[in-house]
Design a protein around this ligand. Structure first.
Ligand code: AKG
Length: 331
């Protein structure tokens, strides 16, 4: 890598991090502090500590877990068996969904002048992934449109995330990503490479396609069964608080092509996956990809971001699970 690229990448990485993430990153580079820090996170993610941190979220779940219907059960079973499940928002919700409204709200956010300029110049200003323009970003200040909240905080969606995680979960992250296409010669970086996320024992990620995604738009690709506890759950494991970035050839030698799920699909496709399993994506080579992205995690997760709803009255009609997920004022 050229020195200039190295400096730019690290500068972008630093810019996107909070103070606690920076501190954690530095401490992991200084021995023997690094081994103390690793021990701390290993203990935090060990079942006994994790359960203790999540005591309230676990007992909440016992109080509010309702029976799941067929689309929810199928999704949960897919997540548990493969770590990934693909459906559509219509099939999952069982009602016609106003995809046009979701797309219009996402477009309105991406059309703000600063983001329009980044899309036009094909370079995002935030984060290592220079090819992803984000509507909310790492320091979310804009409120969440009602169309996003209605879907991402719906009891149907939360019931599956919560059942998989075993807690009433928090909405850890939310954004609209617009990935524009990169050139063959641009080296793959970051989540274009195989990796495991690391911020919790399990992480439920939801990708809602707002554009048609084919093999040229960088679909999410997942190693089936690589979620923690799955048959490939121990393959290139994470080392808390770091994830894992296994070498491509070694991983692909171990996993045949039919062990990979490539999550292509038209606008309206809904991809559920446990991001602690092995996955990669986002390398659009011809067609841009626009996604609504959400991550659900437990109270033990690192780096929970906080979001604000556009209309304060919306908090009043949220269910207890949704209030907990969005960290409504008293949740
Ligand atoms: O952009 C993608 O498809 C992959 C993103 C990813 O690795 C992640 O969200 O953890």
């Amino acid at each position: 890598m050229r020195t200039h690229d190295w400096i730019e990448r690290n500068y972008r990485r630093m810019q996107a991090r909070s103070f606690s993430q920076l501190l954690r990153g530095v401490s992991l580079r200084v021995w023997p502090l690094s081994s103390v820090v690793r021990d701390h996170y290993r203990v935090r993610m060990a079942p006994t500590t994790w359960n203790a941190i999540n005591r309230r979220a676990r007992s909440n779940l016992e109080g509010c877990a309702a029976p799941l219907d067929t689309p929810q059960r199928t999704t949960l079973e897919g997540l548990r068996r493969d770590g990934v499940h693909k459906t559509t928002i219509g099939d999952f919700l069982g009602v016609a969904v106003d995809l046009a409204r979701l797309r219009a709200d996402a477009d309105a956010l991406l059309q703000r002048p600063a983001l329009r300029e980044q899309i036009a110049s094909r370079r995002s200003r935030e984060g290592v992934k220079w090819y992803v323009v984000r509507a909310f970003g790492y320091r979310p200040r804009i409120p969440v449109p009602a169309s996003f909240a209605d879907l991402l905080l719906s009891d149907r969606v939360l019931a599956v995330a919560n059942a998989y995680l075993g807690v009433t979960s928090r909405l850890k992250y939310l954004d609209v990503w617009h990935n524009f296409s990169v050139a063959e010669s641009d080296p793959p970086i970051d989540s274009e490479l195989w990796h495991r996320d690391n911020e919790d024992r399990n992480l439920v990620k939801l990708f809602i396609h707002l554009s048609d995604v084919d093999e040229t738009s960088g679909p999410l690709t997942y190693v089936r069964g690589s979620q923690p506890g799955g048959p490939h759950g121990e393959l290139f494991p994470s080392n808390p608080p770091s994830g894992s970035y296994p070498p491509k050839r070694e991983l692909e030698e171990r996993i045949p092509d039919d062990g990979l799920a490539s999550c292509t699909g038209d606008a309206g496709t809904m991809v559920w996956f446990d991001a602690c399993g092995l996955h990669r994506g986002g390398r659009a080579t011809r067609k841009a990809r626009t996604l609504l992205v959400a991550t659900y995690a437990s109270d033990a997760a690192l780096d929970l971001l906080k979001y604000r709803l556009a209309d304060p009255h919306q908090y009043e009609i949220l269910s207890p699970a949704a209030r907990y997920a969005i960290r409504a004022p008293e949740a």
